[in-house]
Design a protein around this ligand. Structure first.
Ligand code: GTP
Ligand code: MG
Length: 195
């Protein structure tokens, strides 16, 4: 994908009206700190266009990145951030659900799981939420650079089993450090989800 233009076009908080976009949207979900914003930066060939931080809970809004005036990459707020109140968590959940349920242009949902860890209860909940909304999520196993190559297949199997993935579900190992997996993700987006 050749990036000709980039624009953080819309930022939605819990009380915001969601945009009615004219181009396909591709959303990225996953627990806080899993690497959603880093992945979006890697896809956009930018170091820090989408904000990244060492402290989780950074992205608390739904951010719509307009790519080439033809596609949106959608950064969803991370879930499972312990320091946030229950009430706040519930509101984020509602925002995410409202978006998954309501967007006319949402074509694909990528669910990010840290390749080092078995899926959490929240990951399982998010996966079933996405499936219930009629999407067949694509799983990105993030932070690939943090494990030995010999561990990769074992961890991917643990993710498949932990989430009880539907047969045929795609799992793509990815690292925002080495950029491994980036071309595969763009290939999939361009062939499957763009007009
Ligand atoms: P929230 O916005 O809090 O939901 O987090 P996020 O999912 O957007 O995570 P973010 O991209 O901000 O990354 C969190 C931390 O993990 C940062 O310190 C990143 O540098 C680091 N990180 C993300 N992806 C990778 C990766 O592939 N490899 C390594 N080694 N570190 C990564
Ligand atoms: Mg983020």
């Amino acid at each position: 994908m050749v990036i000709r233009s980039l624009n953080l076009e819309t930022v939605c908080g819990i009380t915001s009206k969601l945009p009615e976009n004219e181009h396909p949207e591709i959303a990225f979900a996953g627990k806080s700190n899993v690497g959603k914003s880093s992945l979006i930066n890697a896809l956009m060939n930018r170091k820090s266009f989408a904000r990244i931080s060492a402290t989780p809970g950074k992205t608390q809004t739904i951010n719509f990145y307009n790519i080439n005036e033809e596609l949106y990459l959608v950064d969803l707020p991370g879930y499972g951030y312990a320091k946030v109140s229950e009430q706040e968590k519930a509101k984020w959940g509602q925002l995410i659900e409202r978006y998954l349920h309501g967007s006319e242009q949402l074509k694909a949902v990528f669910l990010l799981i840290d390749i080092r860890h078995d899926p959490s209860a929240n990951d399982k909940l998010m996966y079933s939420w996405i499936v219930e909304q009629g999407f067949n999520p694509i799983i990105i196993a993030t932070k690939l650079d943090k494990i030995k190559r010999s561990q990769v297949q074992k961890q991917i199997k643990a993710i498949r089993q932990g989430l009880n993935l539907l047969p045929g579900t795609i799992v793509i190992p990815f690292s925002s450090v080495t950029k491994q997996g980036r071309d595969e993700i763009w290939e999939l987006v361009e062939t499957e989800f763009m007009e």
